[in-house]
Write a protein that binds this ligand. Structure first.
Ligand code: GLN
Length: 255
């Protein structure tokens, strides 16, 4: 009887061990993702847009890099960031060179014709940067007939192109537009509010006008019909709900 009992016990213990091992193996993230870890998702961005994406020690960091990292981690992909001019991002996505674009990119109807957008992950506003001293521009109305620096292909570019008699100077980087402002080559720069703060901090003698220009929403763009869009939206929602997005934004924007 004793022998039978211990044999049963031994078998029961063995089963428990096998079960535990299987369960642990199944939950172990490295084991579970070992086949997906090699799968990469390429993010097209323009790393000259602090605090959303910028370079620190050769690495692209910022709100977008962190959010993209969190999404990829959730979905079991390795994130690879490809830096390029802003106006090359949509083409990179539509041609399949990149899996998605994330670059403080505003949802616009025009862009929606070529790419799909996820749900928005944050809001932004276009602002006007001017020189502190003797600026001919004190409000958005004053932009008429002035020379205005913008980053090429951005919503700032689109808005000022509609301004009466404005002379639009297009630059590859927002920083170059602000440099032109400090050199008196343009009267104002129209750009997104958070990068504007970074540029003004780096260029004493410049300031942001109180007059906000245009409200926008940022989202991630993907190839039209991409099945990733739904997965990204699900991951984004979870990251919003559990506070991750807020924490990431607060890490880079202190207010
Ligand atoms: N939000 C602006 C746009 O989508 C600017 C983005 C950027 O310069 N990275 O056009």
């Amino acid at each position: 009887m004793k022998k039978i009992l211990s044999a049963v016990l031994a078998v029961a213990m063995l089963c428990t061990c096998v079960l535990m091992f299987t369960a642990c193996g199944g939950n172990n993230s490295s084991a579970a993702s070992s086949d997906t870890e090699t799968k990469e998702l390429h993010m097209a961005t323009n790393a000259a847009f602090e605090p959303y994406e910028y370079k620190e020690g050769g690495e692209v960091v910022g709100i977008d890099a962190d959010i993209a990292g969190a999404i990829c981690k959730k979905l079991g992909y390795k994130l690879v960031i490809d830096d390029m001019d802003f106006d090359a991002i949509i083409t990179a996505v539509t041609s399949g060179k990149a899996d998605f674009g994330m670059a403080g990119m505003t949802i616009t109807d025009e862009r929606k014709q070529s790419v799909d957008f996820t749900d928005p992950y944050t809001n932004a506003v276009q602002v006007i940067i001017v020189n502190e001293k003797d600026s001919p521009v004190a409000s958005a109305d004053d932009l008429k007939g002035k020379s205005i620096g913008v980053q090429m292909g951005t919503t700032g570019d689109i808005y000022v192109t509609d301004i009466e008699d404005a002379k639009v100077e297009r630059f590859n980087k927002g920083a170059d537009a602000v440099l032109a402002l400090t050199q008196g080559k343009v009267d104002a720069v129209v750009i997104d509010n958070q990068p504007a703060k970074a540029f003004v901090a780096q260029n004493p003698g410049t300031k942001i006008l109180d007059d906000p220009f245009e409200n926008e929403e940022y989202a991630i763009c993907l190839k039209k019909g991409s099945e990733l869009t739904e997965q990204f939206n699900k991951a984004l929602k979870e990251l919003k709900d559990d506070g991750t997005i807020d924490t990431i934004i607060k890490k880079y924007i202190s207010e």
